[in-house]
Design a protein around this ligand. Structure first.
Ligand code: CO8
Length: 294
């Protein structure tokens, strides 16, 4: 919220100046009915109010991902997923911590049979299931489940003081929500092994160099840049963006040949949409496209 307030303040200093240096971000509270969140905050940002911002809000525990928080996050994602006015979702935390991992104190007494029978982790899959693009805006610590949560998102923007790590090994356990799998696919075996076996953290610049984060920005500009990215994605057809996201994700799930086949068929499928026709017609007529998400 503090970051959003800063963005508001800079807009008030002068619209032209803000346009040149800062993303133009307006916020309003979501019109969804379930807004009595305990562990998160939800807002809608951007000039067109089409970018949802979900802020993890458990500052005293560095946004440790307790069951209650993960349930709320899933609910918010489902609500924004169904909201036709929302084009992209930004997931963020505080300046000190995106999330310092699963809640260790909550997990400490768990037994194997409780994990199995309680379907432990079930509430962690919603981020990866969401059809709309999700941008993780990571300031501070993204550790353990926090790093895994960021990796479930589609794009990671990092504040310049962000720290990523999989420190589960020091707790006598291993990553359980993608740390040994997604991290390895992104940074390769040697670096993933080093991070998972030592628990050592890497900084934002290294994360960018390794392809874990796509951009590093000064911490106080992170949320604005992430919203700006969501707005840029939102200028395109939401329908085609979803198809494109699905095609890129398929690269992680299948062989190259199968992935290329899926991509080709999806490309062909865009020719059944009004937005493909509008996009190409608008180009030929030298005018901006007006997409209808049909
Ligand atoms: N769980 C619970 N509480 C936490 C967590 C956490 N992961 N991280 C921090 N906190 C709490 C601290 O206990 C402390 O609470 P209190 O004030 O009541 O003592 C408060 O947050 C502030 O933390 P610190 O005082 O430790 O702050 P520092 O600035 O000194 O240190 C660190 C910051 C380095 C981030 C430190 O807090 C730390 O090492 N945290 C734990 C990091 C970690 O090990 N994460 C991995 C957790 S295991 C995991 O994520 C497994 C994922 C598996 C899949 C998901 C399953 C659900």
């Amino acid at each position: 919220m503090a970051n959003i307030a800063k963005i508001f303040a800079s807009r008030a200093q002068g619209v032209l100046q803000a346009a040149a240096r800062q993303p133009q971000v307006a916020t309003r509270f979501s019109s969804s009915s379930t807004n009595n969140w305990e562990y998160i905050k939800t807002e809608v940002a951007g000039e067109g109010k089409n970018v949802a911002v979900i802020t993890l809000n458990r500052p005293k525990a560095l946004n440790a991902l307790c069951n209650g928080l993960m349930k709320e996050l899933s609910t918010a994602l489902q609500q924004f997923g169904k909201d036709k006015t929302i084009s992209a979702i930004v997931l963020t935390g505080s300046e000190k911590a995106f999330a310092a991992g699963a809640d260790i104190k909550e997990m400490v007494g768990n037994t194997y049979s409780q994990c199995i029978q309680g379907n432990f982790l079930n509430d962690w899959t919603e981020v990866a299931r969401t059809q709309k693009p999700i941008i993780a805006a990571v300031n501070g610590y993204a550790l353990g489940g926090g790093c895994e949560l960021a990796m479930m998102c589609d794009i990671i923007y990092a504040g310049d003081k962000a720290k990523f790590g999989q420190p589960e090994i020091a707790l006598g356990t291993i990553p359980g929500a993608g740390g040994t799998q997604r991290l390895t696919r992104v940074v390769g075996k040697s670096k993933a092994m080093e991070m998972c076996l030592t628990g050592n953290m890497i900084g934002a610049q290294e994360a960018e160099k390794l392809g874990l984060a796509s951009k590093v920005v000064p911490a106080d500009q992170l949320l604005g840049e992430a919203v700006k990215l969501g707005e840029k994605i939102g200028t395109h057809s939401n329908l085609i963006v979803q198809l494109c996201k699905e095609a890129v994700n398929t690269a992680y799930e299948t062989t190259l040949q199968e992935g290329l086949k899926f991509e080709r068929r999806t490309f062909h499928a865009t020719f059944s949409t009004a937005d493909r026709k509008e996009g190409m017609t608008a180009f030929a007529e030298k005018r901006p496209a007006k997409f209808t998400n049909e």
